[in-house]
Design a protein around this ligand. Sequence first.
Ligand code: PLP
Length: 424
Amino acid sequence: MQLTPERDARPPLRVHRVEAPEVPFYRPDIGQEEIDEVVATLRAGWLTTGPRARRFEECFRAAVGARHAVALNSCTGALHLAVEALGLDAGAVVVVPTMTFAATAEVVRYRGAYPLLTDCDERTLHLDVADAERRLERWPGATDLAGNVVPERVAGVIPVHVAGSMMDLDGVSRLAERHRAWVVEDAAHAFPAAWRRTERNGWRRCGEGGSRVACFSFYANKTITTGEGGMAVTDDGELAERIRRLSLHGLTLGAADRYSQSGRPDYEITAPGYKYNLTDIAASLGIHQVARAESMRVRRQRIAERYLAAWHDLDELELPPVDPNRIHAWHLFPVRLHLERLDADRDQILVDLKERGVGCSVHWKPLHLHAYYRERYGWRPEDFPVATRVWRRLVSVPLFSAMSDAEVEHVAETVREVCRRHAR
Ligand SMILES: Cc1ncc(COP(=O)(O)O)c(C=O)c1O
């Protein structure tokens, strides 16, 4: 698949005005091909993991430029199996950003290991590598604020490509190398996406050899969807095999191997595995979503460009950064409110936007502010000053390829109107 850099010239978005529509936060972009493929799967009669799941893996593997891909029923499952296949156990620390979704850190807990939360970079919201270094100097071997002894051994780092813009993988790799740790990318938002070091370097796609494993999500609101679904990609064949086995109870043979005409009935249980395999029904969607992924990304990029142009002069908003060295998946469009210039807080702005037909969300309330991480590890808001400060300002507005031009204009106008209404 060809990714198209940001600055390619493309026709502008068409603009026409209609009566205020209701714009949901997200609506999936499902074409006739996906519908036909699901129907064909239902008619073929093989519903669970089988030939379509294999085809989906092959298309996805080729699209990101990885050697191996294992289709799973969520990105959470992919992250879990990646850290388990890499040998993560209790008694190790894993660096995890606090600015992320529950899944990134909970998979570390599934293994009984210690998720060492790290603050985020103010501009990008990515894991702050310098802050991670400071925490790694201080915490391993020390006692945390809830009285837990933080393990000495550092096993890994799980960076998150927030909103679909990849983080600098060189910085993460250096951090990991210094601690002889692995890197597993949480790429839930980042298909298709790419980065390059400088304009003189070539593009590297997300999933193309940046880390031991990269994990993608095909949840209903992601850039491509299978309803629920995920993919673990890696260049390491043995690791891929371990992940595949663990995804199906640790069995040596999957159902397709056992029940097909040429299949063998016996299998061996080699590990206490899980049930994370992707069905052929879901894979039927995925095969066609991968084929349309770049055209859907380009549509999201056009919409993002429209928002950037529409709001560039709004003093009440800070717009997301755009980097010439990134091909942005544009999964999310998170704006930040300048609260000192508004007479309302973020939650009131969300209410006003929703009342005017603009579905919004927040990505994210950082992990350290949630009950589990507060109580289990004793983290306080002031331990993560950037994430604590920034999340109160965050609003994610609708950005999805199935948006009509009228919906885009409705969001553009409504955000401006709500900001101006609350301007001090
Ligand atoms: C950053 C991040 N990681 C992981 C996940 C989990 O993805 P899934 O729902 O496919 O398990 C999400 C889901 O929204 C996410 O945003």
